[in-house]
Design a protein around this ligand. Structure first.
Ligand code: AMP
Ligand code: FE
Ligand code: FE
Ligand code: ZN
Length: 277
């Protein structure tokens, strides 16, 4: 009776189509699956249709990368309206920025003497919001690295020679965008962010939930964030951050879950938001 509320598909840097991912969710016995692609809602229509077909509840969402004091803060937005022009306009802009940055990274790799073709990177990304995992795959294919992880460490990760930062919103901007699209802003994997002192400020900006359960959280972090959620009156979410086979190969769909009660609460808040407007 569990849900995995954090997954990526081919609409961003995952390797499974939304349809295949929802099918897999059914096969492993998930009751609900969150589709939270980076900077894109383009997988949602297909995922919802697959949800109907396979009898799995699909929780539509998005994951926005923001920058705060030089650190990456990821904001998940659940149940945003897909017609909200401010949000869709910003998602278009963020994906365009990903394309320009992808080109800059490839330029840097080429100037380092690596034979990486931009065309191949576009091909790997397909219709998905382009991200470094796509470039990492191109590096792996050419034999420059043996794994995606090595590609980040040696070439494209923060501090590596072909690293290029990307246009990012502030956490407050992302929270406001999701809120104005009548979605529910949730702080993703706070254990990776390590800016706990700022969480109350984000709550003032409209943050409604916190991802307590995540494959990169240890037991102590889960306990800490569960307590924080209770103290601040925040919704509790969780998920695997699955990217499909071939990306983070150690993480499987459903490796981190939350009870369906948490999905029910999420939907109650969505209902309240709709009533208030
Ligand atoms: P980007 O969105 O282009 O900045 O790339 C970030 C994405 O790369 C994350 O969402 C993960 O999917 C992936 N990623 C980040 N660090 C690593 C790593 N060390 N190994 C493998 N994948 C990573
Ligand atoms: Fe990713
Ligand atoms: Fe994330
Ligand atoms: Zn994610």
């Amino acid at each position: 009776m569990d849900a995995d509320l954090h997954t990526h598909t081919t609409a961003s840097d995952g390797t499974l189509t939304p349809d295949k991912q929802v099918q897999l969710a059914r096969d492993i016995g998930l009751m609900a699956i969150g589709i939270t692609d980076h900077d894109s809602l383009n997988g949602i229509t297909e995922a919802l249709a697959a949800g109907e077909r396979y009898g799995v509840e699909v929780v539509p969402g998005v994951e926005l990368s923001t920058d705060c004091q030089g650190r990456e803060v990821h904001i998940l937005g659940y149940y945003p309206e897909r017609e909200a022009p401010e949000l869709t306009g910003m998602l278009d802009k963020l994906r365009e920025a990903r394309r320009s940055r992808g080109k800059l990274i490839v330029d840097k790799l080429v100037s380092l003497g690596l034979q990486i073709e931009l065309e191949r990177v576009w091909e790997i990304a397909g219709a998905g919001a382009i991200g470094r995992p796509h470039i990492a795959q191109a590096l792996e294919e050419k034999g420059y690295v043996r794994s995606i992880k090595e590609a980040f460490e040696r070439y494209i990760g923060s501090g590596a020679p072909a690293y290029v930062p990307r246009f990012k919103l502030s956490p407050e901007d992302a929270i406001t965008l999701v809120t104005r699209a009548r979605g529910i802003p949730v702080l993703a994997h706070p254990g990776l962010v390590d800016l706990d002192a700022l969480i109350p400020d984000w709550v003032k900006a409209g943050l409604k939930g916190i991802e307590v359960f995540h494959t990169d959280h240890n037991q102590a972090q889960e306990t800490r964030y569960a307590r924080l959620a209770e103290n601040l009156g925040l919704l509790v979410t969780g998920g695997s951050d699955y990217h499909g086979p071939g990306r983070k190969t150690t993480v499987g769909l459903g490796d981190r879950r939350v009870p369906m009660d948490n999905v029910t609460r999420l939907k109650q808040v969505k209902q309240e938001l709709n009533c208030r407007y």
